[in-house]
Design a protein around this ligand. Structure first.
Ligand SMILES: Nc1ncnc2c1ncn2[C@@H]1O[C@H](COP(=O)(O)OS(=O)(=O)O)[C@@H](OP(=O)(O)O)[C@H]1O
Ligand SMILES: [Mg+2]
Ligand SMILES: [Mg+2]
Ligand SMILES: [Mg+2]
Length: 332
């Protein structure tokens, strides 16, 4: 059996079930008259429930593995949290084989409170990445990664709204990306268990590239990305996608560069926002650094304290892209 085969299977199951939770919440939103733009609570139900589902499934197989999760159960506790807790509990139990009670639900969510660090095994989970995309009915994903001694060894990204093939005229959506360190990156569709290995597009000149960036300009500077694109001679418009779907889109060759350019130098990126996408790109043959050309350091706690921004690209254009990023962002 290959290395981390059991972890891989468990992580896929967990992410598929959590993705189902998100899809159910979205379907109930669009079929009811809830105006989601005014009320963010529906997405909160999905965030909590997806984290409870993943943490419960991980715990069944790996009870000693700590978890760094985005959400914590504070607002679900006590009398004031009862209404939300009831919604999260009933949703969670629709996808689990053994139903949880109130206390088990709260405990499951809060197993994500691990502070992270450089030693041993830990999982990191983003139950819904790209919350804004989820609310708009656009891209979002469930991200899960296993980090061992500060290094990402396994990752699974569930992307319920991502077309399985951008180039096809069919519009099947819903794909899963799976990577294990040293074993390559693979895509499988929600509708099947068949896996196809994915690779970055082979590109020798940055001017032919297309690049991805966040939809929300507060998460990544669009202005600086446009300046970098212009320096590199890129003429294609940016592909704006929410969530770690940007990593998977680049990993399978539908775009060549992902730029995440800090809007504030104080912001620290969360490890759950990047570890799952990072390994998918690396195993597809790509390079992931920060704006200083430093490798991402997942060993320093819940955030990437030693890094600023994210730059993803094929090795053949690495030097040119980093030069342009540094000229524009660092004025070097
Ligand atoms: N200031 C700032 N800078 C950078 N990143 C930030 C910032 N604030 C929040 N976040 C995190 O951004 C995560 C979503 O990133 P995306 O690239 O998907 O954003 S976008 O929706 O495409 O605009 C989002 O993840 P989710 O909360 O899971 O959606 C946040 O963790
Ligand atoms: Mg996120
Ligand atoms: Mg999230
Ligand atoms: Mg968030």
């Amino acid at each position: 059996m290959s290395v981390l085969a059991v972890e891989r299977a468990v992580a896929i199951n967990a992410v598929l079930r959590a993705s189902k939770v998100c899809q159910k919440v979205f379907q109930s939103l669009v079929t009811s008259d809830t105006v989601i733009k005014k009320d963010r609570s529906p997405v909160t139900v999905a965030d909590f429930s997806a984290q409870a589902v993943v943490n419960t499934i991980l715990y069944e197989s790996f009870p000693n593995d700590p978890i760094v999760g985005e959400e914590e159960s504070g607002s679900l506790r006590g009398d004031s949290g009862k209404e939300l807790r009831d919604k999260v509990l009933s949703l969670t139990n629709t996808v689990l084989d053994t139903p949880l009670g109130d206390k088990e639900l709260l405990d499951a969510i809060d197993r994500g409170s691990y502070p992270g660090g450089s030693h041993g095994r830990m999982w990191t989970i983003d139950p819904i990445d790209g919350t804004m995309g989820f609310l708009r009915g656009e891209q979002f994903c469930v991200g899960l990664a296993l980090i061992i001694d500060g290094d990402v060894h396994l990752s699974v990204l569930g992307c319920p709204n991502l077309p399985v093939d951008f180039k096809s005229s069919e519009i099947e959506r819903g794909c899963l990306f799976v990577a294990v360190k040293g074993q390559g990156a693979f895509q499988r569709n929600f509708s099947s268990t068949e896996e196809t290995q994915i690779h970055m597009a082979d590109i020798s000149s940055p001017s032919a590239a297309s690049f991805c960036e966040s939809v929300v300009p507060a998460h990544s500077s669009h202005k600086e990305a446009a300046e970098i694109a212009s320096l590199l001679g890129i003429t294609k418009p940016p592909l704006r996608l929410d969530s770690m779907c940007k990593y998977s889109t680049v990993a399978r060759g539908d775009a060549d560069i992902y730029l995440r350019l800090p809007v504030s130098m104080d912001y620290e990126e969360n490890i759950w926002d990047h570890a799952p996408g990072y390994l998918v790109v690396k195993e597809a043959g790509g390079i992931v650094t920060d704006i200083y050309n430093k490798p991402l350091d997942f060993s320093l706690g819940r955030t990437l304290k030693a890094n600023k921004g994210i730059v993803v690209m094929h090795s053949k254009i690495h030097g040119q892209v980093i030069d342009a990023v540094q000229k524009v962002v660092l004025k070097q």
